[in-house]
Ligand binder design. Structure first.
Ligand code: F0G
Length: 538
């Protein structure tokens, strides 16, 4: 008899305890709502959808343990108890691998031994890592809680920009990345620096769909040769920071290999440039490393995370990703490491960051978050590195890509960690659709109108192709993304989406071109401008 894992269907890994029913909405109602919201995916009422693939950010179902932790939330203004356990969960997650200390249990178990609480939690000193503790966090702050990832980016770039300008006002500054997310790109640009994408050369190489469970080419990597050439070309002084986004959301959610992390870190070290991670989906990235990098097959996910972060000088993170929580973000840097040394020429960089954090988001122990949210993030950090959870998470995304691909829909393969991406250029091959007709947007409008499914264009419209130079246009991919919220959807949801997308693919010549009717020049326009589909009969 076959074992449970040998059956041709996956073993269920969870049960749902709470249910939210979808509304029954007609196509006419959706059409009207689309028109009234200027055909903007971001403005369509979520409550009228059947499936929502707009984002995996903050849209995950929390686990029962996370819901339970809400009751421990401490809403005190100064040093709420969750602050201490969250900082220690960050140490556990990014620095301690197989040896977590789980200080969270002191809170969840209602520990009453005050000496123990003082010694092990509230007054315990830590230094030398990503999260100083006790007196060291006061003297050399290096851990900053903020409401979400982009706030961490704003905090970082708005603090270092004036330092760099002071240092040398006459040169241009560049921040290379394996793929900047749109908010990262915008925060860098808003602070007078230049974001640069150095995608992996194999990003659009074909990949056989039946090999997805067997191998992975880590298309999210940074092109290390390009990086070296870029630094040589612009000069070290012009490259104040190198960024690695894991997983690489802009490059179709593809993972970054540990080999690439090591190579980039070596280059960064040789030039003495701090290496930062955009750590938004680190757990999913770690699972890919375990699954596909031979050397790490026998490592636990938590050991892999520890190894990954041992190469970073710091990181920004959105706690809304990776199934962590519904809100939250942070910035962390290595105590007295390269980042600290490079940016403290005119006073401690940590103090400057903390001043800005207090000015804009709230004092250091809550950073704009509720005490309840802090607890769900803390518990979430332990939930998301569980291998059974990650296995099912990645499997479902893969199932989506595989089913679309079997139906002939051109998707980027292999599937990434959090989303499936349609290759829009291939999708419209043989039709009249041109890049500035925003066919990807037309597709999302039709998908929503006919089937109540929301997805998002991440291509020439979102990344403002029409406003960029030919050189900058090279950094733009033409994709539509289906981001999959965690623990929300099952195979039946995927089947409905696959049937709908396939139907549209088979009728692709009927998908409208799209005009920007309002706000083409707004910053981050895909969140706010108005659109108008142009149907052939018009
Ligand atoms: N970095 C990456 C790689 C991201 O994917 C995101 C957000 C951010 C930074 C910003 O974090 O939303 O908490 O401010 N990505 C979401 C998405 C919005 O849908 O991909 P945030």
């Amino acid at each position: 008899m076959k074992s449970m894992h040998e059956l041709s269907v996956p073993v269920p890994t969870k049960r749902s305890l709470v249910v939210r029913s979808n509304k029954e909405v007609s196509m006419k109602q959706r059409e009207y709502a689309l028109k009234e919201t200027e055909y903007s995916m971001f403005s369509f009422p979520a409550d009228m959808l059947v499936l929502d693939f707009l984002s995996d950010s903050g849209s995950s179902s929390m686990t029962d343990l996370q819901w339970a932790s809400l009751f421990h939330g401490d809403e005190s203004y100064g040093r709420n108890k969750g602050y201490y356990v969250l900082l220690d969960a960050i140490r556990d997650t990014f620095e301690r691998g197989n040896e977590p200390q789980k200080a969270i249990n002191l809170i969840l178990s209602g520990e009453t031994n005050v000496e123990k609480l003082m010694d092990e939690l509230y007054l315990k000193s830590h230094e030398g890592g990503f999260v100083n503790g006790g007196i060291h966090q006061l003297a050399r702050p290096n851990a900053f809680l903020v409401p979400q990832g982009r706030c961490a980016e704003h905090l970082l770039f708005s603090t270092i920009a004036p330092i760099l300008k002071d240092r040398n006002p006459d040169i241009e500054y560049y921040i290379p990345n394996n793929g900047h997310f749109d908010t990262t790109e915008a925060n860098i640009a808003a602070n007078g620096m230049h974001p640069v994408n150095l995608f992996s050369v194999n990003l659009f190489e074909d990949f056989p769909s039946d090999q997805m469970s067997a191998k992975n080419p880590f298309k999210g990597n940074m092109d290390s040769k390009e990086l070296e050439a870029f630094i040589e070309d612009k000069g070290v002084e012009s490259v104040p920071l190198i960024y690695l986004t894991i997983t690489n959301n802009t490059a179709a959610g593809q993972p970054v290999s540990l080999k690439n992390i090591k190579t980039i870190s070596e280059i960064a070290r040789n030039y003495e440039i701090p290496l930062f991670f955009d750590a938004c989906r680190f757990a999913e990235n770690a699972y890919f490393i375990k699954e596909f990098e031979e050397e790490y097959r026998n490592y636990s996910v938590v050991e892999i995370v520890k190894e990954m972060f041992s190469y970073a000088d710091g990181f920004t993170i959105s706690f809304k990703k990776d199934g962590l929580a519904n809100i939250g973000g942070g910035m962390f840097f290595r105590d007295q490491g390269t980042f600290y040394k490079k940016f403290s020429d005119n006073g401690n960089i940590g103090i400057k960051l903390k001043e800005k954090q207090i000015l804009t988001f709230g004092n250091d122990s809550y950073g704009g978050l509720s005490g309840r949210a802090i607890m769900t993030i803390t518990v979430g950090l332990y939930e998301i590195v569980k291998e059974q959870y990650l296995r099912e998470r990645i499997r479902l995304v893969r199932e989506f890509a595989l089913k679309l691909s079997k139906n002939g829909v051109p998707v980027v393969l292999p599937a990434g960690g959090h989303a499936v991406y349609i290759n829009v250029e291939k999708f419209f091959e043989g039709t009249e659709m041109k890049i500035d007709d925003f066919g990807g947007v037309g597709f999302t409008i039709e998908l929503l109108k006919h089937y109540g499914i929301r997805a998002c264009e991440l291509g020439p419209f979102a990344f403002e192709w029409d406003k960029k130079t030919p050189e900058q246009r090279k950094g733009i991919l033409n994709l539509v993304r289906f981001a999959i919220p965690r623990n929300v959807y099952e195979s039946s949801h995927i089947d409905y989406a696959v049937a709908a997308v396939t139907e549209l693919y088979n009728n692709r010549e009927r998908i409208p071109k799209v005009k920007i009717s309002r706000g083409a020049n707004l910053r981050l326009r895909h969140f706010q401008s108005g659109l108008e589909p142009i149907y052939n009969s018009q």
